[in-house]
Each structure stands twice: as structure tokens, then as C-alpha cells.
Ligand binder design. Structure first.
Ligand code: UDP
Length: 484
């Protein structure tokens, strides 16, 4: 068959977590917009959570297919249907979950054999995917879901002896563009000794070197020193192609990137439109971080005491029985009626952040959320819990100057549970990010960065050019059919 008539095809294999599925669908759209056929591989449960987003993308003309793999949850001792990161409740379950992902290699191999794509973009959680792709002679790209600063810090950390780290002495990470000190308690215990999770981290880092390169959902102007360090000092090939969510142009597409929202986006926007510019703080902690009732109560009290208007997203279902919501102070919602909205479940985050009434964001610093806030020009009150969230906090507060810490000093790494943050800290941080001269200055710096973010994906922008360079390098442009 004539080479020119064959449409190039890329497989995307994201980690089973909302924070990886969402940007992967956006990245698939970016490639599809260049005339490339894309297929997303995941498990039935994950695919069903994102079926609306994928369906909408197809209706908009993006060529995005799906293929399902059976997730061996029961085989590793997890409950049937435990197929997504946010369902994992303990460290032990997390280990089992990762074990289950390693058992997917054979199924992936079969799909590559059956469909023969030109390239595999596989998540960092699947280090073994590089070897699977090599069997078919196709390049494997890595997708992390994070930024250059976190990639740089993680690589240096991986090379260090962490067994000597103490909680009292901060660890200085050498050779980075800025001074980076990490408190001992911000390094998880599994990294301080030989453990399954540490070995997994090592294998993941090695797979970055051995794969064709890394796709980064960031833009060069946001963290130039770290983009350069990663490529030139650490010597890893990478393409920055973000903010990828900007491929969503219509409000419906921005609102429906994830699971079904608890309240229609038009309801939110109506509520926000009745507010003054920059007068509402949005409070949300992504899809994985969960707080106990006592912590939620502190947040409620802190928000109430701040006197600010807010939208607060809580990962809880509405209780059918009255007075059963122990995490809300008595009469809270009546007292804040008109000035505060409590959303139980999922919110359309991007339209909320982009609304002119939204003036601040209390965030766990997940990279997608951080990037969405930067692009919307919204300053942040930072409350990291684990993983790259500490490095993202540093970027936001110390390097970019567009955020304040909710807790000063070292906050402990805690994926499950964690130290309680007091209502006074929450009230203070919310006020600092919303009111006063410093807040205004942070906001104007954030707006300038948001402007750069948008420019980076427009024709001639840094991310636009890097995406095209990657397509050229992979040779996908040569076989892409002419675009209409
Ligand atoms: N998100 C959303 N509504 C919610 C919670 C999260 O739309 O109620 C989206 C958010 O916009 C982001 C993603 O889910 O795109 C969360 O990713 P992030 O990296 O911020 O955090 P994670 O969930 O991975 O901890």
C-alpha cells in the first residue's frame, strides 16, 4: 500500500487515575488535530468514567478510539472493580494496585500486535512498556502528568542515599537551578530504604532514559531553567506541549473532561456571574487526596471565618439523612447561603477557574490543577499532600511568586491521612490570597503567566513548535493524510 495513504496511529496508555486520564485525552486530541489516528487504552471502569469526554471529542471530529484491557484486581487481592488510583485506600492496596498494572504487559503486547500503531505513549507508571514497544520496533514515549521541576528533583533524589535523611535536618538537593531543600518528612519512608515502591521508582526513572523521550504538559516560559536542566544536564529528551487542556475550546468540552459533575456547569456559571470580579475563592483538592471529617470541619470553619465568598468541592456524597454530615458545622450552609457553595462530588474545574469572579484557589498542587490555575491567571493557597505536589508548591510560591503556603515550613508527605491543618491557617491563607496589595501583585503576575501559557500553544508558540517538532521527528507528518 502506498505509504502516503496510511494514516499514522498512536496508542495512548495512561495510568488509571483521573489526573492522568484527563490530560491524556487532551493530548490525544492534540495529535488527532494533526490528522493522526489515536487510541486510548484503559480498563473498562476507567473508560466508562471518561466515555462522555471521549464521545464529545469524537463528535467534534477528533479521531479517538478506545481499547479495553482487563484489570487483574482480584488476582492481586484487590476488590473486584478497584481499577482506579482514587479507589486505593492504604499503602498496602497501593502496592497491590501497582502489582496489578505490571500484569498488563501481555494484554498490551497483544493489542500492539493486532493494531500495529506507529508509536506508544505510555505512562511512567508502566516502566515495562518500553520493552514491549521495542518488540514491535516502535518508539515509546513517556507521559508523567507532571512538569520539569518535579522531573528534575525526582531524578536527583533517585540518585541520592536517602537512608541517612533525618526529620530535623533538611536534605539539600544539589545541582538544581534554585536551592532545593526537602524536609526529611517530605520524603516518604519507602524511599528511605530498599522497598518495592523504591524499586518501582528506580525502574520508572530508568525507563525515561531508555525510552524515545518524555512528553511534558508544561510550557517552556513557565520553568525555562528546569526545562533546560532536564534536557541538558540530565540529558533526557523531552517535548513540552502544554497546557494541553487548552485544546478544549467550548465551555461544554472544558466542563466535561472528567466524571459527571454534581452540578451543571451552567448553574455554577450563573452563580459566579452574580459575583464581582476576583471575589470568589475556589477550594478543591483533586481526585485522590481525601480528608477525614475533622479536617473538613476545620476547612469549613476557616472558610467561614475568612468572610470570603467560596466554592468548596468535597469528595463526599450528599447524605440522605439530615444532620448526618458531621464534617459540616451546624447550620453552616444556611449561614453562608449566597456567599458560599459546597459541592459534593465533582465540579467543572476549568470553567470555574476561568470565570472572572474567581480570584483565588486553595489547591493540593496537583500538576493539572496548578497548570489550570496558572493559565487562568488565578493565584493559589498551596496545601500539598504527596508526590510532586511539594515541588509544584515551591514553583508556585517561591519561584513564580503566585501563591502562599497554607502551612509554613515542612508539611509531611501523606497520601493517606496526614497532619491536621488548623482553621486559623486556612483563614489566613485564604485572606492573603484574596485581599490586599500582595494578593493584587500575585494576581497580576499570574495573569501575565496565563497570557504566556495561551501564547505558547498558538501558532509559533513554544509548545506549538515542540509538538510539531516531535511529529516531524517521529516521521508521522510524512504519512499523515492532507488535512481538510
Ligand atoms: N477536577 C475536576 N473537578 C473536580 C476535581 C478535579 O475537573 O472536582 C480535575 C482538575 O481540573 C484536574 C484533575 O481533575 O484536571 C485533577 O488533576 P490534578 O493533577 O490536579 O490532581 P490529582 O487528582 O491527580 O491529585
Amino acid at each position: 500500500m502506498d505509504q502516503k495513504t496510511i494514516q499514522p496511529h498512536i496508542f495512548f496508555f495512561p495510568h488509571m487515575s483521573h489526573g492522568h486520564m484527563i490530560p491524556t485525552i487532551d493530548i490525544a486530541k492534540l495529535f488527532a488535530s494533526k490528522g493522526i489516528k489515536t487510541t486510548i487504552i484503559s480498563t473498562p471502569h476507567n473508560l466508562s468514567l471518561f466515555s462522555k469526554a471521549i464521545e464529545r471529542s469524537k463528535l467534534s471530529g477528533f479521531e479517538i478510539g478506545v481499547l479495553a484491557l482487563k484489570f487483574p484486581a482480584v488476582e492481586v487481592g484487590l476488590p473486584e472493580g478497584c481499577e482506579s488510583d482514587h479507589m486505593v485506600e492504604t499503602q498496602e492496596e497501593l502496592q497491590k494496585f501497582l502489582k496489578a498494572t505490571t500484569l498488563l504487559a501481555q494484554q498490551l503486547e497483544q493489542l500492539l500486535k493486532d493494531h500495529q500503531p506507529n508509536c506508544l505513549v505510555a505512562d511512567i507508571f508502566f516502566p515495562w512498556a518500553t520493552d514491549v514497544a521495542a518488540k514491535f520496533g516502535i518508539p515509546r514515549l513517556v507521559f508523567h502528568g507532571t512538569n520539569f521541576i518535579s522531573l528534575c528533583v525526582s531524578h536527583h533524589l533517585m540518585k541520592m542515599d536517602l537512608s541517612i535523611v533525618s526529620d530535623s535536618e533538611p536534605l539539600v538537593i544539589p545541582n538544581l537551578p534554585h536551592e532545593h531543600k526537602l524536609a526529611g518528612n517530605q520524603i516518604p519512608d519507602f524511599m528511605k530504604q530498599e522497598s518495592e515502591l523504591r524499586s518501582f521508582g528506580k525502574a520508572a526513572a530508568e525507563s525515561e532514559w531508555r525510552s524515545h523521550g518524555v512528553l511534558v504538559n508544561s510550557f517552556y516560559e513557565l520553568e525555562p531553567a528546569y526545562a533546560d536542566h532536564y534536557r541538558n544536564f540530565l540529558g533526557i529528551k523531552a517535548w513540552h506541549i502544554g497546557p494541553t487542556f487548552l485544546c478544549n475550546k467550548e465551555i461544554e468540552d472544558k466542563a466535561k473532561r472528567g466524571p459527571k459533575a454534581s452540578l451543571d456547569e451552567h448553574e455554577f456559571l450563573k452563580w459566579l456571574s452574580s459575583k464581582e470580579p476576583n471575589s470568589v475563592i475556589y477550594v478543591s483538592f483533586g481526585s485522590v487526596v481525601k480528608f477525614d471529617d475533622a479536617q473538613l470541619l476545620e476547612i469549613a470553619l476557616g472558610l467561614e471565618a475568612s468572610g470570603q465568598q467560596f466554592i468548596w468541592v468535597v469528595k463526599k456524597e450528599k447524605s440522605d439523612q439530615e444532620n448526618k454530615e458531621d464534617w459540616l458545622p451546624e447550620g453552616f450552609e444556611d449561614r453562608v447561603e449566597g456567599r458560599g457553595l459546597v459541592i459534593r462530588g465533582w465540579a467543572p474545574q476549568v470553567p470555574i477557574l476561568e470565570h472572572q469572579a474567581t480570584g483565588g484557589f486553595v489547591t493540593h498542587c496537583g500538576w493539572n490543577s496548578t497548570m489550570e490555575a496558572v493559565t487562568a491567571g488565578v493565584p493559589m493557597a498551596t496545601w500539598p499532600a504527596f508526590a510532586d505536589q511539594f515541588y509544584n508548591e515551591k514553583l508556585v510560591t517561591e519561584i513564580l511568586g503566585i501563591g502562599v503556603r497554607v502551612v509554613e515550613g515542612a508539611k509531611k508527605w501523606a497520601r493517606f491521612g496526614g497532619d491536621r491543618v488548623k482553621k486559623e491557617n486556612i483563614e489566613k491563607a485564604v485572606t492573603e490570597v484574596m485581599v490586599g496589595k500582595d494578593a493584587e501583585e500575585m494576581r497580576s503576575r499570574a495573569k501575565a503567566l496565563g497570557e504566556m501559557a495561551r501564547k505558547s500553544v498558538e501558532e509559533g508558540g513554544s509548545s506549538y513548535k515542540d509538538l510539531n517538532a516531535l511529529i516531524q521527528e517521529l516521521g508521522l507528518h510524512r504519512i499523515a493524510p492532507p488535512q481538510s
